[in-house]
Design a protein around this ligand. Structure first.
Ligand code: ADP
Length: 917
């Protein structure tokens, strides 16, 4: 747009179309305005093209003075009469249509009886002058604005822009003014700063986002926006100016239009009257140019800062090989990270920082980059003298930037120690895992899901050692063929269940390459994608052949044991520590005359006497996890049955705390054995009695002799008539004592001859010695054997049968007597003796029976306890005495043993002392 387009220009150009009515006196001047006046300056006639523009044209009545046609105060030299004006240049302002003013210049010439005022339009001239004044002011202001914006501090930039907007607004009476900048990030326009006169309405505010309406404006020249003059207005642009007159001045740089100076409520024509487009653009440029430069500088600075800190944060930094190719420059962050003093290094120094293992590779890659421009990507370790430190890894990347003389070799180094070290750890863990899988009896597999079928796509390396197959051997249909024919249904069901439920656990047999079958435990899981469609199955085969076979064997052996227990002739049962049966086998049930089913719940102790039961429980209490077995002979009183003897073996079962939870027992009926043993003992006892007959006769003979002597003496006295009461009483007392003594022997014999009690009793072994002596002592002495009896009075108790212990003692003494008498037959001077003595300690009591009969032939010592072993002539010895005696002592929990002493044999009866009840 040029100044020539303005209204005045257009009005002037219209002259050739204007119709005018020129009086004949004046002629018809082609341009300007001709006014014919009378000598007083009253306007008589007007002519010329400008005549039609005047507000007030010549009246048809009385001529009016020229002044009435002029703008008041606009003209100074128009007083007086035309004669006075002659020879002067007159500048006159006429009001014309549209509130405009017509600036005309001319002079008066006498014409007939009047004066002709000839005027020409000088608006252009005036406008030009005015414009050049404004332009000067504009340039000044523009310079000041730029200066202000360049000089101010960064932080004051927005304030200074506001101030400068205010200067513009005030200078050119702009109600609202704003500077809009292109916000590249937001892809739109933003009000950077605005200013409005105090009485102007608010159009914009600082920082306002405008969107893109300004894009639709032509950015090559200032644009007018408004309801009246709009040419190509856009509604959005209009709304930007509050739908009133607006004026927008663009500013462009190498990026295109980047700023608009917006003037609101500002008629464009008004603006045009003072400043040319280029002046406006100068002003916009003065404001936007330095501002944008400052802002970009700031942005650049921030970016640099960000980059720097980013490099530090990432342990990374750029490098560039300098033009000479000998030196490398490193980013400050790298210089610091690598502990370098200078950011410029020779390539060699730089390479020396790299671990020798990676150095040559980097050197060759660098060379390739320098020579062929090959992009460089390499992970390298730093050379660390201290081998103990974790390696520091850098990724070095480089490339060629630019070309020709602009060719540069640039790149970066990034510390990837964390990643690298983790990768190495992960790789190591991976290798370990692989190893583990490969060496474990497990095979990991992946089966691909294809339209409902599962096709093997992967097996871990352990497949080969385990089954001898490869992936190819197990592909698709081949796998099913490897499944044991009996297990194929299982396998198909496993696949169906896997697809249906997403996971499965199955067990089937698979053939290996040697033809043998393996039991495999198969655990698989189905993996689905986001849509829930199966993708693949991942699973594990565990070779459970051994476990399966072992379980099979256990089952079989359990079965065997069950049969064994059921069919065993032995009585087998299980019971709880309170003696309640939980199981009993058939023989036990048969023995108890019931069925095996009736046994659980029966109290084992109900068949025992209180004493037996207490002893039984006591024995159980001694069971420990270390010594869980105990064997004993127990005697039972079964309802309606004879007394029974069982040899009973108990085995305790303990829980983890060592608490007895169950007892398993095996028993055997020993009643018969017991009975025959008793029978044997009894027979032996009777035999002993028989043997003792001589001794016993002597035993009884002794008192009889004493009595007979007493009676003979009494009768003699009676014959002499010399009977005194005292004497008689004395003799009768003596006879009575002898009778008692004989009765005692007979009594004891009767007791001794009886069968033993059924259950063992507690007794003092001294009473057995006493009993023995009552039967044998007299007989021994009668045979000239010296009995040496030591004090044996211990307050101890042993468990057993007193008559049986007596029987043992009798046996030993009789044997000793036989040996002694045998010896004396050869040597009449021989003085035989038998010594009986006892001793005790905490647990044991020992009774010794020793003689001086010469002892036993050492070669026979081993055998004398055998049944029927005797050295005596047939009919004399039975060879049962010691054998029975041994059994009796053993039955009492003791031990019968023999040694040869200096003069003869020495037998020892060792018995456990029964604890006090
Ligand atoms: P018997 O007395 O009927 O021979 P025993 O079993 O009582 O049977 O004795 C076995 C053998 O032991 C005797 O024949 C005898 O040779 C030997 N014997 C036993 N006691 C003595 C002893 N005190 N001194 C020497 N020999 C003995």
């Amino acid at each position: 747009m040029t100044a020539g387009d303005n209204l005045f220009g257009r009005l002037l150009k219209r002259t050739h179309t204007a119709a005018f009515d020129l009086p004949d006196a004046l002629g018809s001047p082609p341009v300007g305005l001709s006014i014919f006046m009378d000598s007083d300056g009253g306007v008589l006639q007007m002519a010329g093209p400008l005549r039609h523009l005047l507000v007030q044209q010549k009246p048809h009545g009385q001529p009016l003075p020229l002044n009435t046609y002029l703008r008041p105060h606009s003209t100074l030299a128009i007083h007086g009469r035309p004669l006075d004006w002659q020879g002067q240049m007159l500048d006159l302002d006429f009001p014309c249509l549209g509130e405009q003013t017509l600036h005309l210049r001319g002079w008066v010439l006498p014409s007939g009886n009047g004066w002709l005022l000839q005027l020409l339009d000088i608006s252009d001239l005036l406008l030009e002058r005015q414009q050049s004044r404004h332009r000067e002011a504009c340039q000044l202001i523009a310079g000041q604005i730029s200066e202000q914006l360049r000089a101010c501090s960064q932080s004051r930039l927005p304030v200074v822009v506001s101030e400068q907007l205010q200067v513009l607004a005030q200078r050119w009476h702009i109600p609202c003014i704003a500077l809009a900048l292109l916000d590249e990030e937001e892809q739109g326009w933003q009000i950077y700063r605005q200013f409005r006169a105090h009485d102007a309405p608010t159009l914009w505010h600082d920082g306002q986002q405008l969107g893109t309406p300004l894009d639709s404006l032509n950015g090559s020249a200032p644009q007018r926006v408004g309801a009246h003059h709009g040419l190509d207005e856009h509604t959005r642009v209009q709304s930007l100016f509050g739908s009133s007159d607006g004026f927008a001045v663009p500013y462009s740089d190498d990026r295109g239009v980047v700023a608009w100076l917006l003037c609101g409520f500002y008629p464009a024509d008004h603006a045009m009257s003072y400043l040319a487009d280029r002046d406006w653009m100068l002003l916009a440029g003065a404001l936007a140019g330095p501002l944008l430069a400052r802002l970009r500088e700031q942005q650049h600075h921030q970016q640099m800062e960000r980059l720097e800190s980013l490099q530090f944060l990432l342990d990374t930094g750029w490098w560039e090989i300098l033009a000479t190719g000998e030196h490398i420059q490193l980013a400050p962050s790298l210089t610091t990270a690598l502990h370098l003093e200078s950011s410029t290094q020779t390539l060699e120094d730089w390479l020396a920082l790299i671990h020798p293992a990676d150095r040559e590779e980097l050197r060759s890659r660098l060379h390739a980059l320098q020579q062929q421009g090959e992009t460089l990507t390499l992970s390298v370790r730093l050379h660390q003298p201290d081998a103990g430190q974790a390696p520091v890894w850098y990724r070095v990347q480089g490339q060629v930037a630019g070309s020709g003389s602009q060719r540069r070799l640039v790149g970066f180094m990034l510390d990837i120690s964390d990643i690298q070290n983790q990768q190495q750890l992960a790789a190591a863990a991976h290798a370990r895992l692989d190893n583990l899988i490969a060496s474990s009896p497990a095979v990991i597999y992946v089966q691909h899901y294809v339209e409902g079928a599962l096709l093997p796509t992967f097996f871990s390396a352990s497949l080969q050692p385990l089954l001898g197959w490869s992936l190819a051997d197990c592909a698709a249909g081949a796998l099913v063929q490897l499944v044991h024919p009996d297990d194929r249904d299982l396998y198909f069901e496993r696949t169906r269940q896997l697809l249906r439920e997403g996971s499965v656990r199955a067990r089937y047999r698979l053939r290996d390459s040697s033809g043998a079958y393996h039991w495999l435990l198969d655990e698989a899981r189905l993996l689905r994608n986001d849509l829930g469609i199966p993708v693949e199955a991942v699973g594990l085969w565990l070779d459970v052949t051994e476990a399966t076979l072992a379980a099979e064997q256990v089952k079989q052996s359990e079965e065997r044991y069950r049969i064994l227990v059921e069919d065993s002739p032995a009585m087998i049962c299980r019971y709880r520590p309170d003696l309640t049966l939980t199981f009993g086998n058939k023989p036990l049930a048969t023995y108890l005359e019931c069925t095996a089913e009736e046994l659980p719940g029966v109290d084992l102790g109900s068949w025992m006497s209180d004493e037996q039961r207490a002893a039984f429980v006591q024995r159980l209490s001694l069971l420990t996890p270390e010594l869980p077995v105990s064997t004993a002979e127990i005697s039972l009183q079964l309802p309606g049955r004879e007394h029974a003897w069982w040899v009973w073996s108990d085995r305790g079962v303990f829980d983890e705390q060592g608490q007895l939870i169950e007892v398993q027992a095996v028993g055997r009926d020993n009643t018969e054995v017991r009975r025959s043993q008793q029978q044997l003992t009894q027979s032996a006892k009777m035999a002993t009695l028989g043997e003792m007959a001589t001794g016993l006769a002597h035993e009884i003979n002794q008192p009889l002799n004493v009595m007979r002597m007493a009676i003979v003496n009494v009768l003699k006295r009676l014959g002499n008539g010399d009977v005194q009461i005292d004497y008689l009483t004395d003799k009768l007392n003596r006879i009575d004592a002898q009778v008692q003594r004989a009765a005692k022997v007979v009594d004891h014999m009767r007791v001794f001859g009886r069968r033993s009690e059924i259950e063992q009793q507690l007794f003092n072994p001294a009473s057995a010695i006493e009993g023995t002596l009552s039967l044998l002592a007299e007989g021994m002495r009668g045979k000239g054997v010296d009995l040496r009896i030591s004090e044996t009075g211990f307050a101890v108790q042993v468990r057993g049968y007193v008559d049986q212990l007596e029987q043992v003692l009798i046996n030993l003494m009789v044997n000793a007597r036989d040996a002694l008498l045998g010896k004396r037959e050869n040597d009449s001077a021989f003085k035989p003796w038998i010594s009986i003595y006892a001793e005790r300690d905490e647990q044991k009591v020992r009774l010794w029976v020793e003689d001086n009969g010469g002892g036993i032939d050492p070669r026979l010592l081993e055998r004398i306890f055998e049944p029927f072993f005797t050295t005596k002539p047939v009919g004399v010895g039975t060879g049962l005495g010691l054998s029975v005696s041994y059994g009796i002592i053993e039955n009492m929990g003791g031990l019968l043993s023999v040694r040869n002493s200096v003069e003869g044999a020495r037998f020892c009866i060792e018995l456990p002392i029964a604890p006090d009840a």
